[in-house]
Design a protein around this ligand. Structure first.
Ligand code: GUN
Length: 290
């Protein structure tokens, strides 16, 4: 059996069309949804990411502000900028691109963002809201993975989901989102003994490690859903995920490609969160990430 593809580009297009329509409706009522993207230093990958985020805003009717600061910006100065953006009524979402230079305490900066503008979902209040099932922003990458599962009509109730990776940005929030849908969740990580023993039992595997070939065909149950969050380069310099795509697609039931899978969904969910924040500010938002 060859797995069916979950196309992140196609799903993103659908969701972005909905964002654009909702943004137009908000604008017609006098609110322009606004995202501030803050970049400190000149990390080449970060520059590409922030450019893509700003462009996605422009393409879908959201206002965006890109603030670029030199790598030697003082932590206090960055905190003062975040404070100003917290107070700016034209800004509904604040994203400080990570990683930050080593002299800046990234967690301190994240905690300085007003939770109601934390569209990255990294603030401790957002993490707490996800854990307790209350209203707050969900981190964009795992949120996008949930939308991909929804797009194939997958019912997680009673299924075994294995998450590989335990980062605050993907692995941990992913596990909580799957749990909230009544999956039985196992979180595996770099110290897990015999990863394959877990993944072979999984109905759903989410690989979020940042290393090639973490999941190979012999580690996958026939028919399983495989979501690949990885973004790596192979020996030829070509973009690849954490999953051995060629091998695993012959065993899995569904699989996300890299590129064209989770990647575009991350930016799409950033737009969704920013729009949701603007709708809440304008008094027309729903109560929580769904
Ligand atoms: N760096 C890599 N991914 C992300 C992300 O999703 N948000 C932010 N703020 N920084 C990142």
């Amino acid at each position: 059996m060859t797995a069916r593809l979950i196309d992140g580009n196609a799903l993103s297009q659908q969701l972005r069309a909905d964002v654009a329509a909702r943004a137009a409706a908000l604008r017609a009522r006098g609110t322009v949804p606004g995202l501030a993207v803050v970049l400190v230093g000149d990390n080449p990958a970060s520059q590409v990411y922030v450019r893509n985020k700003v462009k996605a805003c422009e393409d879908n009717g959201l206002h965006s502000v890109l603030e670029r600061h030199p790598a030697d910006l003082a932590e206090d100065a960055l905190l003062a900028r975040v404070d100003a953006l917290n107070r700016d009524p034209a800004i509904h979402g604040i994203l400080v691109q990570l990683p930050l230079p080593a002299h800046i305490d990234a967690q301190k900066v994240i905690e300085a963002i007003a939770p109601e503008k934390d569209v990255d979902g990294f603030h401790v209040a957002s993490a707490g809201a996800l854990m307790t099932g209350s209203a707050g922003f969900w981190p964009c990458t795992p949120y996008g993975c949930m939308k991909m599962l929804d797009s194939i009509g997958y019912d997680l109730r009673g299924k075994h989901a294995v998450v590989i990776g335990r980062s605050n940005i993907v692995g941990k929030p992913m596990a909580l989102m799957l749990l909230a849908r009544s999956a039985t969740v196992t979180v595996c990580h770099s110290a897990t003994a015999d990863l394959g023993a877990f993944t072979r039992q999984a109905d759903v595997v989410v690989a979020a490690v940042g290393k090639r070939n973490v999941l190979t065909a012999d580690m996958v149950k026939p028919g399983a859903v495989v979501i690949d969050v990885g973004m790596n380069r192979d020996d030829a310099g070509k973009l690849c995920g954490d999953v051995d795509f060629a091998g695993v697609r012959e065993v899995a039931g569904w699989i996300t490609p890299v590129p064209g899978g989770v990647g575009p969904m991350t930016i799409t969910m950033l737009l969704v969160n920013t729009l949701e924040s603007a709708e809440r500010a304008a008094g027309s938002g729903t109560s929580a990430s769904t």
